[in-house]
Design a protein around this ligand. Structure first.
Ligand SMILES: [Zn+2]
Length: 312
């Protein structure tokens, strides 16, 4: 069965100024690499719909949604947060980014695709229920998870977040919902610099220091994340797929390689095949070094497709 690739033209129209690292060029870098290595024709291409207000307000407040519509600028920018701005196209892009996660969940639940990758902007895992944060407007992966819980009645949804930053918004969404297991491996200390609350058994934090390389990363994921997901026996696995832990990426200080992203993807796919007929929905988060991002996403997608490469 196929791997779906879900994206939308509006994603490259969202931009937050020429110097901002979360740039439209990110999606071009991904597209270029997938084209160059021949992966793109292997994927089931889909254009993301807009998420409905009902789907978004499972995670975000109606007041926040109203606020975004009220401040969306006809020209120029509106600053939502020190790192996050709206341009005239941003809200449309954010709606489709959330819609991509919803569509991906529907595609894998219906068996139309075995798994899916959502090539979206803006990213989502820092967004809180009532405010934008850290380049994120809507929490795409959380909206996808909520759709799986409410629309499909699932009782065990796992989210693996390997972005180099802690997915604080996703944690805030589900910390009191035992139907969701969030396993997050991230650099610490680093943005968003929040105190880590280890009191919730469904919130597995794996903070790793600056300088973390392949061996430390794979060891920590193998001992603390993979067994937790395996024990949880998920009916669906979602992935907050951030590639800003790559050694070429300057937003953090990890030294991962694209082979690490291939490795963790294969491990996630293996768990999904064991527990939920391979259902994995992966949603792009960070990754700001263009060439490394393209190569890392290509490695991730090879992992989803179960083709090529070697697991190091
Ligand atoms: Zn990040």
């Amino acid at each position: 069965m196929a791997t779906a690739y879900i994206t939308h033209p509006s994603f490259v129209l969202h931009e937050m100024g020429a110097a901002h690292p979360e740039s439209p060029a990110r999606l071009g870098a991904i597209d270029d690499q997938l084209t160059a290595d021949g992966t793109l024709p292997l994927l089931l291409y889909r254009e993301a719909p807009r998420a409905s207000d009902e789907q978004i307000t499972r995670i975000h407040t109606r007041e926040y949604l109203r606020h975004l519509h009220a401040v969306s600028p006809p020209q120029g920018y509106y600053r939502l947060d020190p790192d996050t701005q709206l341009n005239p196209h941003s809200l449309e892009a954010a709606n489709h980014a959330a819609g991509a996660a919803v569509m991906a969940v529907e595609a894998v639940m219906a068996g139309e695709a075995k798994n899916a990758f959502c090539a979206v902007r803006p990213p989502g895992h820092h967004a809180l229920k009532d405010r934008a944060m850290g380049f994120c407007i809507f929490n795409n992966v959380a909206i996808g998870a909520a759709h799986a819980l409410e629309q499909f009645g699932l009782g065990r949804v796992a989210i693996v977040d390997f972005d180099v930053h802690h997915g604080n918004g996703t944690e805030a969404s589900f910390r009191d919902d035992p139907r969701v297991l969030l396993c997050s491996v991230f650099q610490h200390p680093l943005y968003p610099n929040m105190p880590l609350d280890d009191s919730r058994p469904n919130m597995v934090h794996v903070p790793l220091p600056p300088g973390t390389g392949s061996e430390e990363f794979q060891q920590a994921v193998s001992t603390r994340i993979l067994p937790a997901v395996d024990h949880f026996a998920p009916e669906l696995i979602l992935v907050s797929a951030g590639f800003d832990g790559h050694f070429e990426d300057d937003l953090a200080q990890w030294d991962l390689l694209e082979s690490d992203y291939f490795w963790i993807t294969r491990e996630i796919v293996t768990l999904a095949e064991r527990h939920c007929t391979g259902r994995v929905v992966s949603v792009l988060e960070g990754g700001y070094a263009m060439n490394a991002l393209g190569r890392s996403v290509a490695a991730h997608i090879r992992g989803l497709l179960r083709i090529g490469g070697t697991v190091k």
